[in-house]
Design a binder for this molecule. Structure first.
Ligand code: NAP
Ligand code: HSE
Length: 430
């Protein structure tokens, strides 16, 4: 095969980076895959728009059929976004025996397993390394470098926007709305940043990682998601005084064949490797039964970093074409989905509440926890701004989610507890 032809869907932030890499690194790429890669068509909304990269304008089209039904095109690179319509387009392309490379986590978190099965039946590749943590290679390590291991836990900072917001709130004392606007200006927040701050973007990425790591079809709806809107400067200050940093952490773990996937604000000890990941950077910690701890760190978004992952996927497709094989064969889910119940999910928790500053309060509170067999690693009490009240912060030892829920219900019934202000997971310590 003297040349592999590509149809590129999208010429925005990522698509522009893809064109720059394919032209700027053409010699290295050709040497490594042993053949020329040529863009044949580029799908965009507006063919007249001025572009930030040198292209042959004859490549531009607004008609998807020019790509998916084009017999000259071997590989579709999808970097335009969208879910349902994009899925229809990619299904059609696969039925026409075209390999797919995509950076679209929104699409893959919903349609990924079906697309992979369709690709397997049609002997095509579907690669999507850029869809999780942008420029950090993380999908391929799970499917190749760590393929011989059993992955037991993945913890990730997989959303740059929220990590940027929490870093600035914590290090510079800035307020949430100011920092969110900065993140939007810098270009790593989604057009609608709700998906970032409410944890959905991270949940989509964790779904993809959990599916691959545990080889079962975990749905987006199976992920328990809490975003960062409720985190206040007071939470950050209390966490700091106990030696913790607050991060939005995606957590996927499996025990005895049962999985749990969450995205939620989590307190990490200040010296935990993920606590040291600042600003818009991403990092993914993977624990394998044999390998132990590994960590992947880098830029989670941006034109050239994301394009690096896209073009590397493209190169893997080209190598497979030359070898007459595909990579989808062994990454479709293998096991029936099994999820942990609340009494099987064990974690430490940070609980902050406002209570009456009066004799007997502490005893009533500890009685509630004693009844649920909950014990504590750390306790802090400080006077509250409100008269005759105090704030109590407790960090539990590992307890089940069920124990936490029961304790919270019983605390709310106590007349001495005015409010449970916040409750966050604590990880990386016990
Ligand atoms: P973007 O800058 O908004 O670019 C989207 C491109 O797709 C534009 O060129 C647009 O055409 C074209 N397009 C969109 N919808 C189309 C449609 N229905 N028909 C034809 N063309 C269409 O988006 P992006 O930031 O590059 O992101 C692309 C994908 O990569 C998304 O799935 C995103 O989640 C993912 N991703 C992005 C990053 C990042 O850092 N940006 C990182 C990881 C993953 P016009 O130019 O004519 O408007
Ligand atoms: N909005 C995403 C983030 C971009 O902040 O991480 C990369 O997927």
């Amino acid at each position: 095969m003297s040349q592999v032809n590509v149809g590129l869907c999208g010429l925005g932030t990522v698509g522009t980076g893809v064109v720059k890499l394919l032209t700027g690194h053409a010699d290295e790429i050709k040497y490594k895959v042993g053949t020329e890669i040529q863009i044949k068509k580029i799908l965009v909304n507006d063919v007249e728009k001025k572009r930030d990269v040198a292209i042959n304008r004859e490549w531009l089209t607004a008609d998807p059929e020019d790509l998916v039904n084009n017999p000259e095109i071997d590989v579709i690179i999808e970097v335009m976004g969208g879910i349902d319509d994009t899925n229809i387009l990619l299904e059609k392309a696969i039925r026409n025996k075209k390999h797919i490379v995509t950076a679209n986590k929104d699409l893959m978190a919903v349609y990924g397993p079906k697309l992979l099965k369709l690709a397997k039946d049609n002997k095509c590749d579907v690669f999507y390394d850029a869809s999780v943590a942008g420029g950090i290679p993380i999908i391929r390590p799970l499917t190749e470098g760590l393929a011989s291991d059993k992955i037991q836990k993945i913890m990730g900072i997989v959303n740059g926007t929220t990590n940027y917001i929490l870093t600035k709130m914590s290090d510079e004392g800035l307020d949430f709305d100011t920092v969110l606007q900065e993140a939007q200006k810098l270009g790593f927040a989604e057009a609608d940043p709700t998906a970032d701050v409410d944890g959905l973007d991270a949940a989509r990425k964790m779904t993809l990682l959990a599916n691959l790591a545990f080889k079962m079809e975990i749905d987006l709806d199976d992920v328990e998601v809490t975003g960062i809107r409720s985190i206040t400067q007071e939470d950050i200050a209390f966490a700091k005084s106990l030696g913790y940093t607050i991060k939005l952490i995606g957590n996927a773990s499996i025990y005895d064949g049962k999985a749990e996937v969450t995205v939620e604000p989590t307190l990490l000890p200040n010296d935990h490797p993920l606590a040291l990941v600042k600003n818009e950077f991403n990092a993914v910690y993977v624990y394998g039964k044999a390998v132990g701890e590994t960590m992947f760190y880098g830029p989670g978004a941006g034109s050239l970093p994301t394009a690096t992952a896209v073009v590397s996927d493209l190169m893997a497709v080209v190598k497979n074409i030359r070898l007459g094989t595909t990579g989808t064969e062994y990454i479709v889910p293998q096991y029936e989905k099994q999820l942990k119940q609340d009494d099987e999910k064990y974690m430490q928790y940070f609980i902050r509440m406002e209570v009456d500053d009066a004799a007997g309060t502490f005893q009533k509170i500890t009685n509630v926890f004693t009844d649920e067999n909950v014990s504590f690693q750390k306790i802090l009490q400080l006077p509250s701004e409100e008269e005759k009240t105090a704030q109590i912060v407790m960090v539990t030892h590992k307890i089940s989610k069920q124990q936490l829920v029961n304790s919270q219900e019983n605390l709310k019934r106590l007349d001495v507890v005015n409010e449970i202000i916040s409750c966050y997971r604590v990880d990386g310590e016990e």
